[in-house]
Design a binder for this molecule. Structure first.
Ligand code: KIV
Length: 259
């Protein structure tokens, strides 16, 4: 998958599928399914590192994980989140940070949270040849300003953010936690693909955090998530079985021994 092919999927009659991955094993499994995009999301801060929000993860940590993902993926477009605050330190430093992501991993694009406020940064990155996916609506990196993870309903602002990101050169845009009717309007207005998460079925594509999709998430799970498996039960069941087999002397058995 290339950026132009990804963009051409809008209006081509096929929805775009995208999931997060943070390591080589998972990225390889996802890539083999034929999904179009893999996101090394800063959600890693929460689902891998155990933080309560996405703010603590560093650029070095994102690059370390993006390298693992990049080595596993041969088909999908791999997009890497710019972690807080790497896109807020001026255009020059944003290019420096995003260039590190492209130079040190095999990934092809970056994602940054922002719309109109990030237009000069998007322009600078695109001028440097760095493809940018924008992210409007709920922006988890601004959780302290928002006072929590809330549905965003300011239609005028959302439309302005989305069109500003497009006009600045973004090749696609994530719409997070916005009412379906507003997401539909943005999708109909933009030339670039919209990738929804909590933005309804009318977006050009959908993205989910892989841990949520596989039923691995403990505690609060957002309303927009659909768990397609219950791997938490599968894993704890398998490990409990192993524990019992070792304790009762049934593992290892004759099939796992050397003569
Ligand atoms: O970090 C992430 O996983 C994301 C997606 C939820 C869109 O930004």
């Amino acid at each position: 998958m290339t950026v132009p092919r990804f963009m051409a999927l809008k209006g081509a009659g096929r929805k775009i599928t995208m999931l997060t991955a943070y390591d080589h094993t998972m990225a390889g499994l996802l890539d083999a399914t034929g999904i179009e995009g893999i996101l090394v999301g800063d959600s890693m801060s929460m689902v891998v590192q155990g933080h309560t929000n996405t703010l603590p993860v560093t650029l070095d940590e994102m690059i370390y994980h993006a390298e693992m993902v990049g080595r596993a993926v041969h088909h999908a477009l791999v997009v890497v989140d710019m972690p807080f605050p790497t896109n807020h330190l001026g255009p020059h430093r944003a290019v420096e940070h995003a260039a590190r992501i492209l130079k040190e991993t095999r990934c092809q694009a970056v994602k940054l949270e922002g719309g109109a406020d990030q237009a000069p940064i998007i322009e600078a990155l695109v001028a440097a040849g760095i493809p940018v996916m924008a992210h409007v609506g709920l922006r988890p990196q601004t959780v302290h300003m928002l006072g929590g993870y809330k549905v965003q309903r300011d239609e005028e602002r959302l439309l302005h953010d989305a069109t500003s990101a497009q006009d600045a050169g973004a090749f696609a845009i994530v719409l997070e936690c916005i009412p379906t009717a507003i997401a539909n309007k943005i999708t109909a207005t933009l030339r670039i693909p919209t990738i929804g998460i909590g933005a309804g079925v009318g977006c050009d594509g959908q993205v989910l955090v892989i841990n949520d999709l596989l039923g691995l998430t403990s505690g609060y799970v957002p309303k927009f998530v659909k768990a397609y498996a219950d791997l938490k039960s599968t894993i704890t069941g398998a490990v409990s079985q192993f524990r019992d087999d070792v304790r009762t002397g049934t593992f290892p058995g004759p099939g796992q021994e050397f003569k």
